[in-house]
Design a protein around this ligand. Structure first.
Ligand code: SF4
Length: 266
């Protein structure tokens, strides 16, 4: 035993003289020993953080980097109290229709029927809109419909500037997520919100516009048409002008029927 201890001590001494204590502790030659190591923490890169994070934390990182969806924006609008319209609403009317629409229709504001159902263009105005849409050759399921404010203004008044401004980011996000090929603004308020203009409705109707590369058309609000059927011919001309562009660029619809007042023949 003594001999063994002596042999081991001699071996230690010899190795220590040749290589230092680090060799006997398994530290490669040329690196600092434990006692010489400065107290430096490794640099935590995002990659390292992902690799070393406990598994339970990984979905949180993924969720934070996930792209916002239309459902996320709808949920935000559903809880929104950013303007006074939130106080009297029954339901938020976020919008409805295809999530890959060729056309995004933007109306003026939800009315009492929309407020009760949570859906755009229900009730009498909705029935008239459906006739317009059918005459243009489209069904609700292939377009998307929304408003520049998602809550009903009292007494069917037009939305005020501060309400439009408070709600504007929801409309912007909808356009950005839906990426429609065309936007059809129904009325001056809708056109003013999308195009950031104060021009009157006839000036807006008479030309085509652009929003971030998307072609924008303007016609009267169906609610205005409901109260003034004299606007029918102007709306019909706007629909025809839009269909001429659509037929030239896409051309997958039968010809648009000739004018027949929707109030009489549907
Ligand atoms: S109208 Fe728009 S901004 Fe105002 S409360 Fe409703 S969702 Fe919010």
């Amino acid at each position: 035993m003594v001999n063994s201890l002596d042999t081991l001590a001699a071996f230690w001494q010899q190795q220590s003289e040749l290589y230092g204590d680090a060799a006997l502790l398994g530290i490669p030659r040329g690196t600092a020993s434990f006692t010489e190591q400065p107290n430096v923490l490794p640099v935590v890169t995002p990659e390292l953080a992902r690799e070393t994070a406990p598994e339970a934390e990984q979905p949180v990182v993924a969720a934070k980097s996930r792209k916002k969806t239309l459902a996320d924006v709808a949920a935000e609008a559903g809880a929104c109290t950013a303007c006074g319209l939130s106080r009297a609403r029954t339901k938020v009317v976020f919008g409805n229709g295809s999530e890959k629409p060729r056309i995004l229709f933007v109306g003026e504001a939800p009315d009492k029927d929309d407020d009760a159902s949570g859906l755009p263009f229900t009730g009498q105005v909705g029935a008239l809109f459906d006739r317009m849409l059918t005459r243009m050759g489209f069904a609700r399921g292939e377009v998307y419909i929304t408003f520049p404010v998602k809550c009903k203004p009292p007494a069917n008044r037009q939305p005020a500037a501060d309400e439009l401004s408070a709600c504007h980011s929801f409309l912007q996000q909808q356009i950005s997520l839906l990426q429609p090929r065309y936007i059809f603004c129904l009325g001056r308020v809708a056109a003013a919100s999308v195009l950031n203009t104060s021009a009157d409705i006839d000036t807006l109707r008479s030309s085509e516009h652009q929003y971030k590369g998307i072609r924008v058309f303007v016609t009267h609000n169906p609610a205005a048409l409901l109260h003034n059927q004299g606007l029918f011919w102007a709306v019909f001309e706007d629909m025809k002008r839009f269909r001429a562009v659509y037929d030239r660029e896409i051309g997958d619809k039968p010809p648009m029927p000739d004018a027949a007042k929707p109030g009489k023949n549907g």
